[in-house]
Design a protein around this ligand. Structure first.
Ligand code: FMN
Length: 153
């Protein structure tokens, strides 16, 4: 059974809620799913998943959630090759923050690309100004992501 790691960065739990809500959709598509809340680079290197989904919110002024910061620091200080990593990215933010909208998700996407990882499809950006429950945007996106990328097993 292929393995999916859903890697979460959250302050208030919204991104974790998204991870928990989409998890059964991947299980139905044939994945063994694990949700990781305080990730480390080892989660991607030691036991590399067949697929990763990052669910990250933005805090401060375009900043990573506190629990996610050590992971990003590790990616920068000991850059691993992520050439075999295929991933999707769901960014949670709020457009009332202007230029820093989804800043954390966008920055993570750039870091992953620089390390050679391959994003499948487009990044989903969920705007709290438009979508009260992030799941309402995430669930249909995941369903169509699995289908359009041929990720079902
Ligand atoms: C103190 C604070 C700062 C925030 N800063 C930003 C920001 O710079 N850019 C952005 O897009 N959203 C920002 N947000 C909005 C959150 O990213 C958004 O509400 C998100 O859904 C929270 O997800 P979480 O529950 O997983 O933490 C901020 C929210 C708070 C409370």
């Amino acid at each position: 059974m292929p393995k999916l790691k859903i890697i979460v960065g959250t302050v208030y739990g919204g991104a974790l809620d998204v991870a928990e809500q989409v998890s059964p959709v991947f299980e139905q598509a044939g994945y063994d799913v694990v949700i990781i809340e305080q990730p480390s680079v080892n989660d991607l290197i030691d036991e590399p998943p067949d697929l990763a989904l990052f669910c990250v919110s933005t805090t401060g002024s375009g900043d990573f959630p506190g629990d996610f910061v050590p992971f990003v620091r590790q990616l920068k200080s000991q850059p691993p090759s992520l050439a075999s990593l295929r991933y999707g990215l769901i960014a949670l933010g709020d457009s009332s923050y202007g230029d820093t909208f989804c800043g954390s998700g966008r920055a993570l996407d750039e870091i992953l690309a620089d390390l050679g990882a391959q994003r499948l499809g487009e990044r989903l950006e969920i705007d709290a100004m438009e979508t009260f429950m992030a799941d309402d945007a995430a669930l249909p996106w995941v369903e169509s992501w699995i289908e359009s990328q041929g990720l079902g097993t």
